[in-house]
Design a protein around this ligand. Structure first.
Ligand SMILES: C[S@@+](CC[C@H](N)C(=O)[O-])C[C@H]1O[C@@H](n2cnc3c(N)ncnc32)[C@H](O)[C@@H]1O
Length: 238
């Protein structure tokens, strides 16, 4: 089975495909990093859930979480905007990029960004979102399963992800991925809500030699309530 594709291209008449995708999409508006972002998606999680078939469930359950802008990605987008001086010119990886907001914010701040997700549809919307928001140097969108990465070893100065530790089984492959792709002295930013399912992941990372510190913590308003999001900064010490 092929687990990655180097870059997801819209193919064919890109302008026409882009226009059709945008015309049929819902638009979410987000203010981040001094800019209003129009983030397009096909519908909400409930709508996509209704379209799921039996093959989408089972041990490798693929719930279309990519279709939402999670509170973690809103704080990560803000954080990346604040880190402009640190990421400008850096080669960066956005793991589980979903609709592409955080990747687009970082690219606008001057980072060279690869946005990775294993859902091809997500990357089509991420690509369209970069175009709609006039991101000058758009991220490279890569369809890849983080359990079987095909990325250059030590190729990234900064690696980040928003809300990617939501299942226990993700901790081990993500730990491997970080170790594999991060350049010496590189750093990781993980924006995560506080959940018991992910708390063990920080212990696993510490045991593997990562030094982890809390870099930011904020209650992010979302649909009538607020979710506390932490941004963890991690560096490999051995
Ligand atoms: C909860 S969503 C977060 C999306 C986005 N970062 C945000 O916060 O709005 C998790 C993302 O990880 C992606 N994902 C889950 N498992 C993956 C895997 N094995 N390889 C690559 N991407 C994966 C999903 O498709 C989804 O886009």
């Amino acid at each position: 089975m092929k687990h990655w594709s180097a870059s997801v291209s819209a193919g064919g008449d890109e302008a026409a495909r882009h226009a059709a995708l945008i015309a049929a999409a819902q638009c979410l508006q987000v203010d981040a990093a001094g800019q209003r972002w129009n983030v397009y998606r096909p519908g909400d999680l409930e709508a996509l859930w209704r379209q799921m078939g039996e093959a989408d469930f089972g041990p490798d359950e693929r719930i279309p979480y990519w279709v939402e802008l999670w509170p973690a990605s809103l704080l990560l987008a803000k954080w990346l905007g604040q880190q402009q001086e640190r990421i400008r010119g850096m080669t960066c990886l956005d793991v589980g990029c979903g609709l592409g907001l955080s990747a687009c914010v970082a690219a606008t701040a001057g980072a060279r960004v690869v946005g990775l997700d294993y859902i091809e549809d997500a990357l089509h919307y991420a690509r369209a979102n970069a175009r709609e928001n006039r991101v000058a140097t758009a991220p490279l969108w890569v369809q890849m399963d983080w359990r079987w990465p095909g990325l250059k070893s030590g190729g990234f100065d900064v690696v980040w992800g928003a809300d990617i530790f939501y299942e226990k089984r993700f901790a081990s492959p993500l730990k491997q991925l970080f170790k594999e792709v991060l350049a010496p002295n590189g750093r990781i930013w993980l924006a995560e809500p506080e959940r018991s399912v992910s708390s063990g992941a920080w212990d696993q990372l510490r045991e593997a030699g990562w030094e982890i510190r809390l870099a930011a913590r904020e209650a992010v308003p979302t649909e009538g309530y607020a979710v506390v999001i932490n941004i963890w900064e991690a560096q490999l010490t051995r």
